[in-house]
Design a protein around this ligand. Sequence first.
Ligand code: AMP
Length: 279
Amino acid sequence: MLLFKKTAALQAYLQQIKTSHQQIGFVPTMGALHKGHLALLKTAIQDSDITICSIFVNPTQFNEPSDLEAYPRTPGKDIEQLEKVGCDILFMPTVEEVYPPETKTQVSINFQGLDEVMEGKFRPGHFQGVAQVVKRLLDLTKADKLFMGQKDYQQTCIIGHMLDTLALPTQLIVCPTLRETDGLALSSRNVRLSPNGRAIAPQLYQCLKTVKEHLATHPIEEAVQAGKEILAAHPIELEYLEVAHPKTLQAIQDREQQAVICLAAWIDGVRLIDNVLLD
Ligand code: AMP
């Protein structure tokens, strides 16, 4: 695996790849890699000629400095795992490389309200930061395919909207959420849970499954209430639990054919998100 820390070196190398018409697959991450990331990478490796993974803890998407500081960083272990899975290129830039003062990197597009609901309500500016870093990384990698996890469902909607609006020549491929055997969605933040927190964290998925099951026979409000009751039995602080349209992300009032159920909750001072799709 080739490791690049400088944008100029990465771009010079990719120039050769582009002239040989090889398809570039790209998996952006913030590191502290787990099996969920590796599943994305395996799909990317299968679907692309050259696979690039980036590890960059993007400061512009954190709204709490303490959260940015506490974000787990395990570069040595990450490199080992990427080598093992067969990743071709790792891009691990510094903040200065990604955001040089002379380069305009802000993305100013109208997200049609996708950025105002759920995560957008609780993490102001978060999606501006996500769009900014993904756009910048796509400019640098010139990826043909971008692989992202359903785990961050709202993020995939934001990035899909950005690709469409800016008519970028990159295809977004959304991969399913990988879970522990007890249902907890894999997340870099899980390592920050205490043993007690870890023991109750699968309740988030139980809550989502309960809402999903209830929606088959109950009004939305009752289904959501049933989900909330699951969490209320534990020291879990729910931020939101929404049944939303899978494309517009607006809360739906009537039971429809398609919906996504999303939540964010705090356990032990760790903020976790999860979602399930209703088909
Ligand atoms: P992160 O490092 O948390 O920014 O995540 C990098 C990418 O991995 C994003 O596209 C995430 O949606 C994806 N991802 C994170 N957790 C999982 C998971 N449990 N299953 C599948 N993809 C995931």
